[in-house]
Structure formats: C-alpha cells, structure tokens
Unconditional design. Structure first.
Length: 402
C-alpha cells in the first residue's frame, strides 16, 4: 500500500462521515443545519465570522473542537516543492509579471527537478496542454526545450506563435479542441506533458491520454474541478472508485472557494456581491411564487458599480424573468442582511473542508498514475500569495535498468 493509498483510504472515510458538514448549499438553507455548532456560530458577529474564515489555520483549530477528525494527519498540508531562484521579468516576458509570472517560474522550476530526464536530455519534447498564449511553454523554450502548445483559442495561438517567432524559439502551437479525439494522438512516450491550470475535464483527459500513451513525464496543476462533462466526478483510480464520494458540481466548487485576500476593496466587493445575490434571491422567490433558491452565474464586477435595480434587470434577463417596473431596493437589501449572516455561518464550517476535498481529488489522480506504473510526487509548486491553485502532481515512468 503506497503512502497515498493509506491517506486516501482514511480521508475518504472521514469525508464520507462529515458529508453533512460540507454538502449543504448555503443559499438554500433557512436555518443552521447543525444543532451542536449553533451556539458557537451564533455567538459570533459578522466581523468575527469574516476574520475567522480568512484565517484558515485558526478556523480549523476552532472547528476542530467539535470535529476532531479535521485535526488528524489525513488533512495535513502537502509538502512545498521547488521554487524559482528569482522572479525578475525579462524583456521577452511580454508584459506578464507579478503573481502570474511567479507561478510560471515556479512551475518551470519543478519540471526539471524530480529526477527529470529533461535535466540530462533537454531535447525531450514537451507538450503544453491548454496553453493559453503559451507563457509557460515560452519560458521552457527559452531554456532550450522543444515545445508544442495545444490551445483551442485561435487568437491566443496566433499571439503565442508570433511571440515564439519573434524570439526564434522551438515553440509551435496546435490550435485544436483538447476534448477532440485527435488531441489524444499528440501524446507520445518520449515526451514530457505539462498542464498549468487546466480545468476539470481537460486535466482528466490529459491524465488519461498520457497514461494511455505511456508519456515519460507529467506535471499537472489542476483547477476548476467542477468543469466536467458529467453530473458527478468519476474517480480515475480503483481506490477512488471503491470510495467514490459522488461529488457533484456544487461540491467540486468548494475547493475553489479559497481566495487570496485582495485587501479592503476586494473584501467590500465580495460583501456587496453576496448581499445583492441574496437580495435578488429574496425578490425572485416573491416574483416567481416559488420558495426555492435560483442560482445566478458569475458576472463581471463592473455590474456592482451600478444600482441594485440595474443588477435585478441583468439577473432577471439571465433567468428569463420579467423585472418588476419598480423595485423597493431597501426592502430586498434589508432581507438580504439577515440571510447574509446565515450564509457566512454555514460557509465558515463548509470552508474547513475545502482542502480535504481538494486533497481527495489530487490523491485520486496520484493513485491513478501509480496504478499506471508512474512514480508520483504531490505538493505545492508556488506560494499561496501567488495563487490558491498551487498543487502540483508530478509523475515519471521509472527508466528501464540498463
Ligand atoms: C486557465 S487557462 C490556463 C492557460 C495557461 N496554461 C496558463 O496557466 O496561463 C485555460 C486555457 O485552456 C483553454 N481551453 C479551454 N477549453 C479548451 C479546450 N476544450 N481545448 C483546448 N483549450 C482549451 C482556454 O482557452 C485557456 O487558454
């Protein structure tokens, strides 16, 4: 039994037992779902709730008083992997800087580590999966690698290809859908596959195609677990299938709810967004005479600089409703005030399972790769201040003994 399977087995059991803590939709709840947690949750005001929720370490210790399983080693943080030695932006970095550049540099710093063949054989071709403009590929090409970047946006491919040509790099774009059958044929045995922030179905295909082709080395940082083609996550590993948590899209979104605190302005915007969403929900329940929650999609933050009535117009339009001619904003906003606290109390508990669920998803992938004969490493490739999507799965096929 590998270390991963031992941890996964226990984590699965703990998450299954705690399902009642993490599987609620806070916007649908009309009261706190946990009798034992109601007194401590009700004892906190909004400021205290916000402060505790933002401090993951303290919040975990707080909830651990009633949920000691959260404090067991099965929820322990993954190790820190390599970090870049510097984050200077060269002239060819084409305007990317700050956190994005740090992510790319740190990701690249890990590819050549972990006993990679690339360290000895820089000619091992690299396939960059869902590349965007290929910033990562360009950095690796600058270091001498031979890169093929797959991306479906023709515009991003054209921009990336132009930059590669300007710099005379060994870097080619293939403009195609990663979910098409032909994309599978891009995977080869003598290759290193890299995928930085590939969303749900895209990273699942990456792993499946690479395993099928026997691709020598892999480096994947997954994101947007909920963007899958089915209703529920289908575990890749045998152990995952045996301990299937049957995660639906709503549960798969939970790991993504960790955000980097972006200062007071961002905090205020989040507060306003939550209030307006809840106020609209109160209004739509009256309008449709249907007392159930109607989810709204994400929207550009610029919408929050208008009036609440304008927001209602947008939301009604999205949901195929006729907006009322007059809107008593203060009435709906006052109702939202009461519900906002309930949502925050429920989120304070749910958020403590963000990491456990993400770890479960990562371990399922690590186990799948082990089952396929890979040696696997899991950890963080960059610091939390750069991105909360900082987990890296690295895998390599053991070389034949000569
Ligand atoms: C989150 S971005 C990551 C881009 C890049 N790897 C990075 O980290 O900067 C995901 C990329 O996947 C691309 N993408 C989404 N769906 C795709 C598909 N079906 N086939 C190919 N590319 C896709 C998007 O256009 C986008 O550039």
């Amino acid at each position: 039994m590998s270390i991963f399977s031992h941890q996964f087995h226990h984590l699965s059991q703990l998450l299954e037992r705690a399902r009642h803590d993490w599987q609620h939709t806070p916007f649908s709840c009309t009261h706190l779902p946990w009798a034992d947690l109601a007194p401590p949750l009700l004892a906190m005001n909004e400021e205290e709730l916000d402060e505790l929720d933002e401090n993951d370490h303290r919040a975990l210790a707080w909830l651990g008083q009633w949920r000691p399983a959260l404090l067991t080693p099965y929820f322990q943080p993954l190790p820190e992997l390599n970090r870049a030695s510097d984050y200077h932006t060269p002239h060819w970095s084409s305007g990317i800087g700050g956190r994005k550049w740090a992510q790319i540099k740190d990701f690249a710093a890990n590819i050549t580590a972990f006993g990679s063949q690339l360290a000895k054989n820089p000619t091992l071709p690299i396939l960059e999966w869902c590349a965007g403009k290929g910033h990562l590929g360009r950095l690796l090409a600058q270091q001498g690698a031979n890169i093929t970047s797959l991306e479906w946006s023709a515009e991003l491919c054209a921009q990336g290809q132009a930059l590669a040509e300007q710099l005379q790099l060994n870097h080619t774009f293939i403009c195609t859908d990663a979910l098409s059958e032909s994309a599978a044929t891009l995977f080869k045995a003598q290759q290193c596959g890299v995928a930085l922030h590939a969303c749900g179905e895209l990273h699942l295909r990456f792993l499946q195609h690479a395993a099928q082709a026997g691709t020598q080395e892999l480096a994947l940082s997954p994101c947007c677990y909920h963007l899958i083609s089915g209703e529920c996550y289908q575990p890749l590993s045998k152990l995952g299938q045996a301990h299937d948590l049957k995660l639906d899209r709503q549960s798969l979104r939970l790991p993504l709810q960790r955000q980097i605190t972006g200062g007071e302005r961002v905090r205020k915007l989040r507060h306003l967004e939550l209030t307006w969403r809840l106020a609209f929900d109160e209004l739509q329940r009256t309008l449709t005479k249907n007392n159930s929650y109607l989810p709204l999609p994400s929207f550009p933050k610029a919408l929050l600089s208008g009036s609440f009535s304008e927001f209602v117009g947008w939301a009604c339009n999205k949901k195929g409703l006729v907006a009322p001619l007059t809107i008593d904003s203060s009435h709906w906003l006052a109702l939202a005030e009461q519900r906002r606290l309930l949502v925050k109390r429920i989120e304070l508990v749910r958020h403590r399972y963000r990491y456990g669920l993400e770890l479960w998803l990562l371990l399922d992938k690590a186990l799948f790769l082990e089952e396929q004969g890979y040696q696997v490493q899991l950890g963080t490739f960059t610091n939390l201040a750069n991105t909360p999507r900082r987990y890296l799965i690295q895998a390599k096929r053991p070389l034949p003994v000569t």
